[in-house]
Write a protein that binds this ligand. Structure first.
Ligand code: BTN
Length: 273
C-alpha cells in the first residue's frame, strides 16, 4: 500500500495501558521495569538522566508525546501524540561484550522481525539505524551509552503508527507509517511487548556471540544491497557500491579505490548515482 492509498485514522489510539502491556508480556513482564508517561522530553534522556539502579530488570520508558525527541547526528525526531510508538530501554551487558558497535544493527533486526511477524512485507534496514518499508522510513533507532562507567546502553525506538495529513508534512514523501503497510494494526501494547521480548532475546545472543551471528539477517534486509550509495560525514563523503555489513557490523563499500569498511559513526547514508 502507498501512503496516499489509505486514509489517515480520524481518531488517535488511546494511551498505553500498563495492565494490557503486562498481559502481552506474559511471563516476561517481571523482566521489565515499566514507566509509561503521557509526556516527556525524550525517553532516551529520561533513562540517561535517571540512571536506574540495577535491580535485574530492564528499565523501560515509553511516552505518548516527546517534546524533545531526538535522532542521530543531533537531528530532531518528530512524532505525533498517539500516532507513534516512542520508547527506550536500558540494556546492561557483561563487561567485554561487543557494545555498542553492532547494537543498533541488532535492534534493527529485532524491529524488522516483529514487523514481519505482524504481517508487514518489504521491511528493509538502512545502515546503521533506519527501519524502512519499500524505501520509506517507518522508524528509527538511537543508541546511546548511559554511562562511561558501566556497560549499559539506552536503545530508543520510534515507529510511525499513522501519519498526520500529507499536507502537514511537506516534502516528507520518504516517510511511511504502520497503518499504511499492514492490514490489521496491532495494539501498541502488543507491539511494544513484542519489541521488548525480541530485543531481549537477540541482545542476549549478541552479548554472547557478537555481531557475526546477525550478519546474514542484516544483509538479507539491506535496503541498499548492491546499489550505489554516498556516506556523508562531518567533513567528507565516500561513494561506492553498498556490499552490506561485515562480521563486526562495519559497512562494506566497493569504491573506485578498493574495498572500504566504515564503522558506525557520525555518518548518513544516501542513494547515489
Ligand atoms: O532516526 C533516527 O535518527 C533515530 C530516531 C530515534 C527516535 C527514538 S523515539 C524514542 C527515543 N527517544 C528519543 O529522543 N529518540 C529515540
Amino acid at each position: 500500500m502507498t501512503a496516499a492509498s489509505r486514509p489517515v485514522p480520524a481518531t488517535a489510539p488511546s494511551p498505553l495501558d500498563i495492565d494490557t502491556l503486562r498481559t502481552h508480556l506474559g511471563p516476561d513482564a517481571d523482566a521489565f521495569a515499566l514507566d509509561l508517561r503521557a509526556e516527556c522530553d525524550s525517553t532516551n534522556s529520561v533513562l540517561i538522566q535517571r540512571a536506574p539502579a540495577d535491580d535485574g530488570r530492564v528499565p523501560v520508558v515509553a511516552c505518548e508525546l516527546q517534546t524533545a525527541g531526538r535522532g542521530r547526528r543531533g537531528r530532531q525526531w518528530q512524532a505525533w501524540s498517539g500516532a507513534s510508538l516512542t520508547f527506550s530501554a536500558m540494556w546492561r551487558f557483561p563487561v567485554g561484550a561487543p557494545v555498542p558497535a553492532g547494537l543498533s544493527l541488532v535492534a534493527g533486526i529485532a524491529v524488522a522481525t516483529v514487523l514481519e511477524n505482524a504481517g508487514v512485507a518489504g521491511v528493509e534496514l538502512k545502515w546503521p539505524n533506519d527501519i524502512q518499508v519499500h524505501g520509506r522510513k517507518l522508524g528509527g533507532i538511537l543508541v546511546e551509552l548511559a554511562s562511561a562507567r558501566q556497560v549499559a546502553a539506552v536503545v530508543g525506538i520510534g515507529l510511525n503508527l499513522s501519519l498526520p495529513g500529507e499536507a502537514s508534512i511537506p516534502g516528507r514523501s520518504d516517510v511511511t507509517a504502520l497503518d499504511q503497510v499492514i492490514d490489521e494494526l496491532p495494539s501498541r501494547e502488543a507491539l511494544l511487548a513484542d519489541l521488548l521480548r525480541v530485543q531481549r532475546s537477540l541482545f542476549d545472543t549478541y552479548a554472547n556471540s557478537g555481531f557475526a551471528a546477525f550478519q546474514g539477517a542484516w544483509n538479507q534486509r539491506n535496503a541498499y544491497a548492491d546499489l550505489p550509495v554516498r556516506l556523508i560525514g562531518e567533513t567528507d563523503s565516500l561513494e561506492g557500491i553498498c556490499l552490506g555489513v561485515d562480521v563486526d557490523g562495519a559497512l562494506r563499500l566497493q569504491t573506485d579505490t578498493g574495498l572500504r569498511r566504515v564503522l558506525a559513526g557520525d555518518v548518513s547514508l544516501r542513494a547515489a548515482g
